[in-house]
Design a protein around this ligand. Structure first.
Ligand code: BES
Ligand code: ZN
Ligand code: ZN
Length: 507
């Protein structure tokens, strides 16, 4: 547990077990931040000490110096920021990773309080409020661990109070940002926990129950239905994926209402395949491992709705998550089956492993029919091809909407939830032609570009909304490179992006 508050006290007047300092590479005084200057004034030999211990301020480097301060032994924690660059987004990401490293160190050493000057916002191109919020979100993310099943490891009940030093004039306003950051950090980690839970625990019913609990606690409207209602609505695509499992599928709708009558509506749709065996088109076992994360899109949407419920933006937001388990069985859909989605389009199932686009197609029809969204964004671990195209650090963005194509990657740079465009030209659409139905659920091999053809498939279910598709197959879990705040399991991909988009949406 980390609690964080901004304070206008002088850094040295704060009674804490540790004091944190960010340092640029080569201990370069030109790019020294104000905080490092503070410790130099207090402790003039500090540069010599750091040099002696080979601490150069490289990214990922840290050094802990135990010292006496006002008759107390305290830790001065120095964390490297690496070389100074001219790009604000690179600088911001370095700062996020550095604060992630700080969090890991505080935790490792069981430190229960820390004081830290809020860095100047100038190199980062964002407001003080945004900077503080991001640092807090990142500290929470770095503190996340999935250890509930490690029965032999003693659970450390680590609690840390972090004080960020700010100017007196901004203290009050920044307290709101700190709270905002904590709400976001907690919800992101909750989504990561849901994603990390294996499919024998995290069933469609279990995640639907989580959504319902959130709705009750934070007063969101919540609608949940299963197979019977889906049948009445004509959701043949959703039902085809659901059919093979003994775990009944659930369709979950959470609604946040704006205060203004004329507010626009944003629909967020998340792929919720609790486990993807591939179905009858069974995956080879090496490729099946990790498919518990195939509901990361749904987790992101439900967590985002929890955040909106608490922050109450003046815009209507509806979160829609079809939750199923993709299993092979005597009841499962087969290759060659033809099913009909809610908008009447028939789909030839060429592979039961291309199930995400099937459940999302009905979710999109449902959103269009019952919520008439102005904007619709879906987020899904949709294609392995996205991993080949963009790797682990960037989610794929597909849209024909110019504004969304401009805004979303910028938000990605700002929040650290990075996203990169792939072209959704109409030329790719013919890849989904079927000899026997309106559409095939797998793009014709000669077209390649599996991520884009999947996006084109989804585009067939957009009616009036401005729409964007986000593929998080690469970014949802197992991000390599020891990024301090992402860990090795679920990364909570897309939540910072969606939340920032909604909160800053201009009518
Ligand atoms: N859930 C997978 C996509 C995936 C793969 C996510 C790897 C994360 C990591 C999706 O349902 C799937 O199986 N897609 C197929 C589509 C193909 C059959 C057209 C794929 O990518 O191979
Ligand atoms: Zn699949
Ligand atoms: Zn899948």
């Amino acid at each position: 547990m980390i609690t964080i508050k901004p304070t206008s006290q002088n850094l040295w007047d704060i009674v804490a077990e540790s004091y944190i300092f960010f340092v640029n590479e080569s201990l370069d005084s030109e790019s020294d931040n104000a905080n490092f200057t503070k410790i130099q004034e207090y402790y003039p030999q500090v540069k010599a000490v750091l040099k002696k211990h080979n601490f150069e301020g490289k990214q990922g480097q840290s050094y802990i110096l135990t010292a006496m301060q006002n008759d107390r032994l305290v830790e001065f924690i120095f964390v490297g920021l690496g070389k100074h660059t001219k790009s604000w987004d690179v600088e911001l990401e370095k700062l996020r990773r550095a604060i992630g490293n700080v969090t890991l160190l505080l935790k490792k050493h069981g430190l229960r309080s820390a004081a830290i000057g809020l860095p100047e916002e100038k190199p980062y191109n964002i407001s003080r409020a945004e900077l503080l919020k991001q640092l807090i979100v990142t500290m929470h993310m770095a503190n996340y661990e999935f250890n509930v099943y490690k029965t032999k490891e003693p659970k450390k009940d680590w609690q840390c109070d972090v004080s960020f030093v700010v100017d007196a004039s901004e203290e009050k306003a920044l307290a709101a940002s700190a709270n905002h950051g904590m709400i976001m950090g907690e919800a992101i980690n909750q989504a990561r926990h849901w994603a990390d839970l294996p499919a024998n625990i995290m069933t469609p019913t279990a995640l639907a129950d989580e959504a319902e609990k959130i709705a009750k606690q934070y007063k969101l409207k919540c609608t949940i239905f299963g197979r019977d209602e889906a049948e009445k609505l004509g959701m043949g695509a959703f039902l085809a994926v659901d059919a093979g499992s003994d775990q009944p599928g659930k369709f979950v709708i959470l609604e946040h209402k704006a205060a203004s009558k004329d507010a626009q509506t944003i629909a967020l749709l998340g792929k919720g395949v609790m486990f993807d065996t591939g179905g009858i088109s069974l995956k080879q076992s090496d490729f099946m491992t990790g498919m518990k994360y195939d509901m990361s899109g749904a987790a992101a949407v439900i967590a985002s709705m929890k955040i909106f419920a608490q922050l109450n933006p003046d815009i209507n937001v509806v979160g829609i998550t079809p939750l199923v388990e993709n299993m092979p069985s005597g009841k499962a859909a087969r290759q060659d089956d033809i099913v009909t989605a809610m908008n009447g389009k028939s789909i030839e199932i060429k592979s039961t492993d291309a199930e995400g686009r099937l459940i999302l197609s009905d979710a999109m029809c449902y959103a269009e029919k019952f919520h008439k969204p102005d904007i619709m964004i879906d987020i899904a671990t949709l294609t392995g091809a996205c991993l080949y195209a963009l790797g682990y650090f960037y989610s794929g963005l597909m849209t024909q909407d110019e504004e969304l194509m401009k805004v979303l990657p910028e938000i990605g740079k700002k929040t650290g939830d990075r996203i990169w465009p792939l072209p959704l030209d109409d030329d790719f659409k013919a890849a989904n032609n079927s000899l026997v139905a309106d559409l095939a659920n797998v793009g014709c091999r000669s077209y390649k570009a599996g991520t884009i053809t999947a996006g084109c498939f989804l585009s067939e279910f957009v009616d009036k909304a401005r729409w964007a598709h986000i593929d998080i197959a690469g970014t949802a879990d197992g991000v390599p490179g020891n990024i301090s705040y992402l860990g090795k399991t679920s990364a909570g991909a897309g939540i910072r992006l969606l939340v920032d988009f909604v909160l800053n949406f201009k009518h």
